[in-house]
Design a protein around this ligand. Sequence first.
Ligand code: ZN
Length: 114
Amino acid sequence: MTRCPNCSYLLVFLERKRKYKCARCSRLYSQSEIKKVETKQFKEKHILQRIEDKKEKIRDANREYFKTEKGKKALKKGARKYYLKNKAKIRIEQMNYRKKKRAEKVKLAESGLH
Ligand SMILES: [Zn+2]
């Protein structure tokens, strides 16, 4: 389906004028113009599809890898490395989390008293 390069509304082909017309913005396009646009869009779509395929392949490969013993080990090692590197940050996060939970508990107990 051919769409308007300007507003992406559907184009209508005018037999008499041998041109495409947009029903929304009323622009006229020659057949060669539309063909150029279509080719460009087709190529872009194709490239995007290939990028998506590649991403999907990497995701699949990762999923498979982390199922293997080696992958599981690497995952653990990675987590350990991350922890050592971000120890302070993680500790603070844990502290804040506990503080929040405690505050919630106190609130809950208080609301129970009323
Ligand atoms: Zn248009």
